[in-house]
Design a protein around this ligand. Structure first.
Ligand SMILES: [Zn+2]
Length: 505
């Protein structure tokens, strides 16, 4: 495989990793050189294009600068990890067929052709439109079996419809902005089905067009590249026990894929997991097995044991779990039970404190407050002296023109890079490769430092986002807690209303 490196410029557009992987046998010399130079080792820099698809939004409801502001903020958050984004196209479908708040509402492919034509430029004639669609999907390496199954009578719900269209543009990231989304944003992570006709997409609620909120898109992009939340829901105790056995039972391949990455004794760093384009089918399958199993990698930094002691490494975390030692989560949401005793606090245990302008995490009763100065919190939950929070949390510090929910632990950065290196996400075209577009970017930060990239996705397909209400109430609680007499009664009232509103999800 060690051929001389060539700087040959390949035809525009340049081949993606999957283009190279799929055309091993009938590859031109020029393409072979490109593939070998750019898809044999992991890229240091990534530049992706975004297609913004507005469903049921009228053109005049989209502020002229909205896309650019969202994009600038996204780049301000992600460029420190050498991920950047630019716009490929904007599609506004003012009267989309497939846009509903009912997950079960479905349309046939025949019925959604107007939506697909608007996005993909298919023929006006039905049968020819189907042929055009299949051609576009085939060019992007959808398997013959998936293509054969696609008929004009096949049914799609809203997400199914825009994900089919996004698969026909799999070289770009599709961001769908629509009014019926039941959250501020939503996104699934990579899966092992990179040759299916089902594409991925980030969804945003059209209320962001008027609110201008900046935290949602970067957070969803974290999910898109496989990152999970820092927190889980549903604890009624002031500390959250971590269910190690449940985690371990979700290791679909008995930990084999994880051990291939970090060694039999779990002692090696996760590093940059990568698969060259020349890999065999078997190697691709084994690489994809790491998608569910890499879930565990960021988790050991998001948990503690004993008296708020960090684990030193993954091996220590797994040894503790297997020995049945108690493990706790650093970040969780505590639900207040109305009929129970009024707690000192409830809701997200990690909050932005408006009074101190610092993030903090609360545990125990009586309450103990841990802030950035605590080693378990520093560069895991909060960053930059406590003024910015974890991208994958629901903690929203104040921000000026750039979202300050923007940090990731080094393990999450590992996982995110792995997500970008899965074949599902290698369908995307990295515009840094074979171009000079990324030449001027600053060098990457030292991997031994605190800020690095990576995390992976579990197979949970979608995640919703927090509503700003939760953060607002958390801030109010923080204030109320310093007025002891009022706190308990008002907390109960707030708890009631928030629980009521959260039942919607
Ligand atoms: Zn989320």
């Amino acid at each position: 495989m060690a051929l001389p490196i060539s700087s040959a410029q390949v035809e525009n557009p340049t081949p993606t990793w999957v283009d190279c992987w799929a055309s091993e046998d009938q590859i031109s010399e020029e393409m072979y050189e490109f593939c070998n130079e750019h898809h044999s080792i992991a890229p240091e820099k990534r530049l992706y294009e975004i297609r913004w698809v507005f469903l049921n939004v009228s053109q005049d409801k989209i502020p002229n600068d909205w896309v650019d502001i969202q994009l600038n903020n996204l780049n301000a958050v992600f460029s420190k990890w050498n991920f950047r984004f630019q716009t490929s196209e904007r599609v506004v479908i003012e009267d989309a067929v497939a846009e509903s708040n009912d997950y079960h509402q479905k349309w046939t492919l025949r019925e959604i052709l107007p939506d697909l034509r608007a996005q993909l430029g298919l023929s006006d004639e039905e049968e020819q439109a189907l042929i055009d669609l299949k051609e576009q999907l085939a060019e992007r390496h959808v398997s013959q079996r998936s293509l054969d199954e696609l008929t004009l009578d096949e049914e799609f719900n809203t997400a199914g419809a825009f994900r089919l269209a996004s698969r026909a543009r799999s070289e770009d990231i599709t961001v769908v902005i629509r009014p019926n989304l039941d959250a501020g944003g939503k996104s699934g992570g990579p899966n092992d089905e990179f040759q299916s006709a089902d594409g991925g997409a980030v969804e945003l609620n059209t209320n962001l067009l008027s609110s201008g909120a900046l935290t949602t898109l970067p957070h969803e992009m974290g999910h898109y590249f496989g990152l999970s939340h820092t927190h889980v829901l549903g604890f009624n105790t002031p500390e959250a026990k971590f269910d190690f056995n449940n985690l371990w039972s979700r290791m679909e391949f008995g930990g084999d894929a994880l051990r291939r990455a970090v060694g039999e004794d779990y002692s090696q760093p996760f590093g940059e997991q990568w698969i060259p384009y020349s890999a065999s089918d078997q190697e691709v399958e084994e690489f994809n097995q790491l998608i569910p199993e890499s879930l565990v990698w960021p988790v050991w930094r998001l948990t503690y044991h004993g008296d708020h002691q960090d684990f030193d490494n993954l091996a220590e975390f797994i040894a503790a779990g297997e020995a049945g030692e108690m493990i706790y989560r650093k970040n969780f949401q505590r639900n207040y039970v109305l009929e129970g005793q009024a707690p000192e606090w409830w809701g997200n245990n990690c909050i932005w404190n408006d009074l101190t302008q610092q993030g903090q995490c609360r545990y125990h009763e009586p309450m103990q407050v841990f802030d950035y100065n605590d080693s378990t919190i520093q560069d895991v939950m909060f960053f930059e002296n406590g003024t910015s929070s974890n991208l994958m949390s629901y903690i929203t510090p104040d921000y000026d023109n750039v979202s300050s929910r923007n940090g990731l632990s080094s393990e999450q950065i590992d996982k995110m890079r792995f997500g970008a290196n899965t074949p599902t996400r290698l369908l995307l075209r990295n515009h840094c490769l074979g171009t000079s577009l990324c030449d001027g970017w600053p060098e990457q930060t030292d991997p031994s430092g605190e800020e690095e990239i990576v995390e992976e996705s579990d197979n949970e397909p979608t995640e919703d986002d927090s509503t700003p209400v939760i953060e607002m109430i958390a801030a109010i609680i923080a204030i109320l807690l310093i007025i002891p007499g009022w706190a308990v009664a008002l907390l109960a009232i707030f708890a009631y209303f928030v629980r009521k509103s959260r039942k919607e999800n």
